[in-house]
Design a protein around this ligand. Structure first.
Ligand SMILES: Nc1ncnc2c1ncn2[C@@H]1O[C@H](COP(=O)(O)OP(=O)(O)OP(=O)(O)O)[C@@H](O)[C@H]1O
Ligand SMILES: O=P(O)(O)OC[C@H]1O[C@H](OP(=O)(O)OP(=O)(O)O)[C@H](O)[C@@H]1O
Ligand SMILES: [Mg+2]
Length: 287
């Protein structure tokens, strides 16, 4: 029996931890410990979890200390290590943006010329400024970036934004988006054949979990005369299942639908005669 185990780096504490562990759990992977331990072994799958600082993960993955990691795409861009994104994961969505004090005129990146910009993401900001041929001073700080303009430390900031409430509370306005980010699986340049085989199994499970999250199982009843119209309204992955109901002249229609499409067609389904519409979560979806 092979003793090879895939080492997965996840954030020790912070924004990514809960969703990362939830994803692994939904993949059927049971991890033994609490987070006080820095390394944990999965009981039923050949992976070990390394709990690390988010900002250190790119280096560890590059060096092969960890084989893969779960980090934000923003960290991949910022750290500029020899790692590659394998699969976006759909959580921790945010954007890296330029923000200025509320009501400051901003017609484009050129308005940042000669300004002092505070950020924890100097490389990403540098790339943005270079791309637009802007000469500005980058003031690197490791946290609480949004406070910088208020205390006279900088004219502008470059930081992560999600709901926008931190900007709002600090009297700042988002002016330009540098990049959009979500959590992703990253890996080093080369994995051994054995590790790659474990990773492939893991990715298969993760994709099944992600597909299940973004799709719903849809059931409805309709008079037989409406079935054809309803089927035309349903965006087809495959042809829906149509089954007779006990009540004469009625059918039950079942299909799988992307959650974000459902709200677009709900009125059309009702107009076409669908009744008793049920939208049910899917546990796993094997693609
Ligand atoms: N407000 C937010 N909404 C959604 N995702 C976010 C938000 N802030 C950060 N993230 C994402 O979560 C990642 C981790 O952020 P977090 O603040 O937990 O850690 P950190 O302070 O960057 O890292 P470290 O573990 O090194 O202290 C970020 O790189 C980003 O991808
Ligand atoms: O747009 P919002 O929803 O308000 O989120 C944005 C804030 O979230 C992150 O900070 P976090 O809370 O992770 O604190 P940190 O600076 O200590 O990492 C980020 O650095 C912003 O400050
Ligand atoms: Mg943070």
């Amino acid at each position: 029996m092979s003793t090879t185990r895939l080492k997965i780096a996840v954030q020790k504490s912070g924004r990514l931890l809960d969703d990362s562990l939830k994803l692994l759990k939904e993949c059927g992977i049971s991890i033994d410990n609490g987070k006080d331990q820095l390394k944990a072994r999965a009981r039923n799958f050949p992976v070990d979890i390394l709990y690390l600082r988010n900002s250190d993960i790119p280096q560890y993955v590059q060096d092969g200390v960890a084989d893969i990691g779960i980090i934000g795409q923003n960290t991949v861009v910022e750290k500029q290590k020899a790692i590659k994104e394998i699969l976006p994961l759909g959580f921790s969505t945010c954007r890296l943006s330029i923000a200025l004090p509320k009501d400051t005129e901003f017609s484009g990146p050129q308005d940042l010329n000669g300004k002092k910009i505070a950020t924890s993401y100097p490389n990403s900001l540098r790339q943005y400024l270079d791309r637009h041929q802007i000469s500005a001073e980058i003031h690197e700080i490791s946290g609480s970036v949004e406070i910088a303009p208020n205390i006279g430390l900088a004219d502008a900031i470059c930081d992560l934004v999600s709901s926008g409430s931190t900007l709002f509370k600090n009297g700042l306005e988002e002016k330009d988006i540098i990049l959009k980010s979500e959590a992703a699986i990253v890996a080093g340049e080369q994995l051994s054949t054995e590790l790659q085989a474990i990773l492939d199994k893991l990715l298969f499970r993760i994709k099944s979990v992600l597909a299940a999250r973004s799709n719903k199982y849809l059931l409805m009843n309709a008079p037989n005369a409406s079935v054809e119209t309803i089927i035309k309204v349903l965006p087809g992955m495959k042809s829906p299942t149509v089954m007779p109901l006990a009540a004469e002249g009625w059918s039950s229609i079942h299909t799988v639908i992307a959650e974000d499409r459902f709200w677009d067609i709900i009125d059309q389904l009702k107009d076409a005669g669908a009744q008793g519409i049920l939208v049910v979560p899917i546990e796993k979806m094997i693609l």
